[in-house]
Write a protein that binds this ligand. Sequence first.
Ligand code: AHR
Length: 503
Amino acid sequence: MVEKMKAKMVLDKSYKISKVDDRLYGSFIEHLGRAVYGGIYEPNHPQADEQGFRKDVINLVKDLQVPIVRYPGGNMVSAYNWEDGVGPLKDRPKRLELAWRTIETNEIGTNEFVDWANKVNSEVMMAVNLGTRGIDAARNLIEYTNHPGGTYWSDLRKSHGYEKPHNIKTWCLGNEMDGPWQVGSKTAYEYGRIAQETAKAMKLVDPDIELVACGSSNTGMPTFPEYEATTLDLAYDYVDYISLHQYYGNHENDSSNYLAKNMDMDHFIKTVISTCDYIKAKHRSKKKINLSFDEWNVWYHSNDADKKIEPWSVAPPQLEDVYNFEDALLVGSMIITMLQHADRVKMACLAQLVNVIAPIMTENEGSSWKQTIYYPYMHASIYGRGISIKPILNSPKYDSKEFTDVPYIDSAAVYNEENDELTIFAVNKNLENSIILESDIRSFEGYKVLEHIVLRHDNLKATNTMERQSVAPNNVGNTKLEEGMLHTELQSKSWNVIRLKRN
Ligand code: AHR
C-alpha cells in the first residue's frame, strides 16, 4: 500500500499578519451585460420590489455578506456621464455605451444603486470617469453624493428625493487607465497627473474619503510595474490605495498549471507592495499605500460567445462565464493568497457579482442560482472575519508548465478573538490523492472542531445550472483534534473550511 502524502502546519495565535479588513470580501457591479438590467434590476420580474430590484437576488447577495460593491465600472465608467443617471426617469438619455458597445438606458444611476446597496447591507465603492472627463465631473459628483446641502449639486440631489448625503467613502480614480482598450487611456505620467489633481479636488470637497489610484490592468501589461511607480510618484500624498486587477483562465486545459495561478497573484501582490514602498522611501514619507485588488476572478469561458454578440443592444448576455468546479478551487486559492497579504491588501472585489463573470446568475423573468465559485467566496466572507494568522506550512510540492515548487496545499487561517473562533481555509490541489494535514494549534487552548465543510467533485469540469447544484458544499470533512494537534484528511481536489470554537 502506498503511504498517503503528509503536510504539517503550525498555527499560533501570536503569528498575526493583520486584522482582515472586511472590505476584502467586496464585489463589483458594472453597467455591463445583464449585471444591472436583468440582474439586480428587473421591474417586471414577479419578485421585483417597489423599486424594481429583484428580491431573490437581494437575498442571495445578502447571504454572501458583501461589505462593499464597486460601481458603475469597469471599462464603462471611462465614457460615462454620471448626470445621465440622476433625476426624473423620463429625462434620462439613452446613450451609446462605448466600452461594451451596447445601449445604456440610464434607468439605474447613482441614487438607485446606493438604495440597492443599502438593501444588501453594502457600501458603495464609486468610480469616477477619468477617460473622457476629469476633475470637474468628479468634484461635481462628490458634491452631489456627499455634501449635506446648500450648494448647486447637493441641492440637486435633494430635489431628486435624497435629502441626506450618501457619504460614499471609497472612490476609484478611473479604471485601467493603462489599457489601450480604455476610452481615454493614458500614459503613466498623464494618468498620474490627472489622478493627483482629481484626488486633490475631491478631498477638498470631502476630506474623509479614501481614494484608489489605478495600477496596471494586469501583470502582463508592458508598463507594469512602472505605471504604478510613476502614478504613485505623482499622486502619493493624495491617494490611499493602488488598484490591482487580475483574471485567470484554463485556456490550455492544464488543470495542475491552472490551479497554481494564485502563485502569480502572490508575486503580483509582492511586486506592487515593493513598488509602493519604493516610492514611500523616495518621498521620505511616513504614509503607507495599501492595495485594493478591486477586480479578481476567473474569466475565459465566455470569450468566444461574446465575439458573436450584436452591437448596440440593451443588456445582452455578455461575459456570462459558467464556472466549473476547478474554477471554484482557484477562486478559493486566490482568496487564501489575499488573506496571506491581509496586512497590505485591504480591499478586494470579486468581479463581478451578478450574471457578468459572477457567482450569482439569473434567468430573465425566471429564477436565480449559485455558480460553483459562490461557495468559496461565501465561506471566506462569512467565516474569514478577524485576524489573519500566518500558517507555517510544510506541504508536498509539484511542478507545472509555468510554475515550480507549487505547494499542493494552500492554507490561510483567520482568528476571530471576539467570537473565540478559528477558521482554517485549505485547498488540496492534488488531483489524484488526499493529503493528511497535521496542524499544531496548541496556542488555541480549549478549542473544539465545530465543522469541516468540503467542496468537492470527482469531475473538475462539473458545473451548476439553474436546475441542479451539482457542486455544493457539505459537512463531510473528517477533522479530529487531540491535545492541540488537528488531524485532517484533505480530499484530492478539494476546498475545505475547518471551523473551531472555544467552549
Ligand atoms: O470586469 C470586466 C472588465 O474587466 C472591467 O470592465 C474592466 O475593468 C476589466 O478589464
